[in-house]
Design a protein around this ligand. Structure first.
Ligand code: 5AD
Ligand code: SF4
Length: 480
C-alpha cells in the first residue's frame, strides 16, 4: 500500500453551506481507457440504507459492468468489494464497521482485491478519519457526489497501488447518463432529484447528500419512456423530499405535481414516489394523485412525531393538526389510500405527554405501516447537542409501545382486503415456500399465492382469502 494520494477529504462545515444557486448538469460518458479493465474479474456490492442508496448501487453496478466486471457470487472470490453505506443512525454505521472487520482476512488471502467504501458514511469527517487510522484494508473511499469517478479510481490503483480518499463536500452537481443496471426486470427506481435542504435537526442527510437539485423534466420523462420501451411496468420516483422538486429551478413554475402528471401520461402501468415531506405536499399533487389510476394509492408520509413541541424542535415546519389535515385531503382525493410513515421516539426533550401525542396521531391518521426508530444523535447536526435525559430502557419501552399500535394498524390495513380481488405485480417466489409467488398490490400490500414461476414479472388478479399482520394470502382468479 502506497501513501495517501492527493484527493479531497470530507468537511461537515463545507457540506452545510447553501450558496450556489446554479446546478451543473453533466452528461457522463465512460472513458474508453476504462473499458475492459474488469474483463475476467468480478465484483461484490453490499448496499445499506435507503432507496437512494439502492439506486446508487445500480449505477455502481452499471459502471463496473461497463468496465467488464461481472457480479461475484461469493465474498472470497471477488476482485472488487464495495460497501455502499448509510449514515442515518449509529447502528447502520456499526454494521458496516463489523463487516469491514470481517472482510479483513479476505484481503490478506487475496492481496490484489480492491475494497471500496462509498455512500453517506464516506461523507462524514469522523468516519473517514477512523477508516484512515484503523481500517487499512479499505483502498478507496468515495462520496455520494462522485460515484461516476469510480472507474478512474480503480484504474489508478491498477496502475500504481495507493490509497484513494476522495469525497466532495460541495453542494453537488447532477450527473446524467451514468449506466444503471436495474435489479428488478420490471420495476425501476428513477431519481428525480438529489440532496435535501430541509435540515431537520436530527438528520445527517442534508450534509451527506448536498443541496436540493432537480433533474430536468425532459431527462426524467425520456428515462421513463425508455423504461417503458424496455418492458418496465413500474417506476418509483426517488428524492429525499420529492415534493420540493423544481424549487431549485432558476425559472420557477414546473413543480412535482406537473412532473407527476406528465409521467402518468406516459402510460407506465404503475407510478410510486418517495419520500414525501408533509409541509411540501401540495393540493395540486394530491389532486393529480386522485386523477390518474396509474399513480398508486399508497403514500409514505413521514410524520416523525405527533407533538407540536417536538415537531418544532425537529424543524419539521408543520403541526400535528396540519398533518392530519393533509391526511384528510389525501383520503378524499384518493379513496382507500394506504398511508405509511416514519416516526422517531425519544427525541431530546420528549416527555411522556409528547409521546402520548404521537400515539394519538397514529390512531387518528390510521397508518397501515411505519418505520419506527429510537433517536440516534448524529455528529454535526443541531440535535446532537440537545440534552436527552431518557434512559435506554425508557427509550426502548416507548418504541415497543409504539410498535404494538403500528402493528394493529398494519393488520387492520391488510384485513380490509379480505374477500377482495387485487391486482398483483408478481416479483418472484416466496422466500419461505418456492411454490408460492409473491408480489405487491397497488396499495403496496404484500400478497402470497400459489402459482407457476412463468407469472413472474406479470400482473395477475388475486382473490384475498386471509389477511395476516405482514402479508395477505390469496388465490389467482384470472390473468390479465
Ligand atoms: N435518529 C433516528 N432516526 C432518524 N431518521 C433520520 N435521522 C434519524 C436519527 N438521527 C429517520 C427519520 C427518517 C428516516 C429515513 O430515518 O424517521 O424519516
Ligand atoms: Fe432528513 Fe428531513 Fe431531509 Fe428527510 S426531509 S432527508 S428527515 S433533513
Amino acid at each position: 500500500m502506497g501513501k495517501l494520494s492527493k484527493y479531497q477529504a470530507p468537511s461537515l462545515k463545507e457540506a452545510r453551506k447553501r450558496i450556489n444557486k446554479d446546478t451543473k448538469h453533466i452528461y457522463y460518458e465512460l472513458d474508453k481507457e476504462y473499458i475492459g479493465l474488469g474483463n475476467g474479474k468480478t465484483y461484490l456490492l453490499k448496499t445499506y440504507g435507503c432507496q437512494g442508496n439502492l439506486a446508487d448501487s445500480e449505477k455502481i453496478s452499471g459502471l463496473l459492468e461497463a468496465m467488464g466486471y461481472t457480479k461475484a457470487t461469493d465474498d472470497s472470490e471477488s476482485d472488487v468489494i464495495i460497501f455502499n453505506t448509510c449514515a442515518i443512525r449509529e447502528n447502520a454505521e456499526n454494521r458496516v464497521f463489523g463487516e469491514l472487520g470481517r472482510i479483513k482476512s479476505l484481503k490478506k488471502a487475496r492481496p490484489g482485491m480492491i475494497m471500496a467504501l462509498c455512500g453517506c458514511m464516506a461523507q462524514e469527517e469522523g468516519i473517514v478519519e477512523e477508516i484512515k487510522k484503523k481500517y487499512h484494508q479499505v483502498d478507496i473511499v468515495f462520496g455520494t457526489h462522485n460515484i461516476h469517478m469510480l472507474p478512474s479510481y480503480i484504474a489508478s490503483i491498477y496502475k500504481r497501488p495507493s490509497r484513494i480518499i476522495d469525497v466532495y463536500s460541495f453542494e453537488g452537481d447532477i450527473i446524467e447518463n451514468v449506466p444503471q443496471i436495474h435489479d428488478h426486470p420490471k420495476k425501476a427506481w428513477v431519481n428525480i432529484m438529489y440532496g435535501c435542504d430541509e435540515f431537520c435537526t436530527y438528520c445527517i442527510v442534508p450534509y451527506t447528500r448536498g443541496k436540493e437539485r432537480s433533474r430536468l423534466p425532459k431527462d426524467i420523462i425520456d428515462e421513463v419512456k425508455d423504461l417503458i420501451d424496455k418492458g418496465y411496468v413500474e417506476v418509483t420516483l426517488l428524492g429525499q423530499n420529492v415534493n420540493a422538486y423544481g424549487k431549485d429551478f432558476l425559472e420557477k413554475g414546473y413543480t412535482f405535481s406537473n412532473l407527476l402528471e406528465d409521467l402518468a401520461l406516459t402510460g407506465i402501468k404503475r407510478i410510486r414516489f418517495t419520500t414525501s415531506h408533509p409541509r411540501d405536499l401540495d393540493d395540486e399533487t394530491i389532486a393529480v394523485m386522485g386523477k390518474y389510476p396509474n399513480i398508486m394509492p399508497h403514500l409514505h408520509l413521514p410524520v416523525q412525531s405527533g407533538s407540536n413541541k417536538i415537531l418544532k424542535k425537529m424543524n419539521r415546519k408543520y403541526t400535528k393538526e396540519e398533518y392530519l389535515e393533509k391526511v384528510e385531503k389525501l383520503r378524499q382525493s384518493v379513496p382507500g389510500i394506504s398511508l405509511t410513515t416514519d416516526i422517531i421516539v425519544a427525541f431530546p426533550g420528549e416527555t411522556e405527554e409528547d409521546f402520548e401525542a404521537t400515539l394519538d396521531l397514529v390512531r387518528k391518521a390510521r397508518f397501515e405501516g411505519a418505520y419506527t426508530f429510537i433517536y440516534s444523535p448524529r455528529e454535526g447536526t443541531p440535535a446532537a447537542t440537545y440534552e436527552n435525559t431518557l434512559t435506554p430502557d425508557e427509550k426502548k419501552a416507548r418504541l415497543l409501545k409504539l410498535n404494538d399500535l403500528i402493528n394493529e394498524g398494519f393488520y387492520e390495513g391488510n384485513k380490509r382486503f379480505e374477500g377482495e380481488v387485487v391486482n398483483v405485480l408478481v416479483d418472484g417466489t416466496s422466500d419461505k415456500d418456492p411454490n408460492m409467488l409473491t408480489g405487491y398490490t397497488p396499495h403496496e400490500k404484500v400478497v402470497n399465492f400459489p402459482g407457476s414461476k412463468d407469472l413472474i414479472g406479470k400482473f395477475v388478479n388475486v382473490k384475498i382469502k386471509k389477511a395476516y399482520s405482514w402479508h395477505l394470502r390469496g388465490e389467482i382468479v384470472e390473468n390479465n
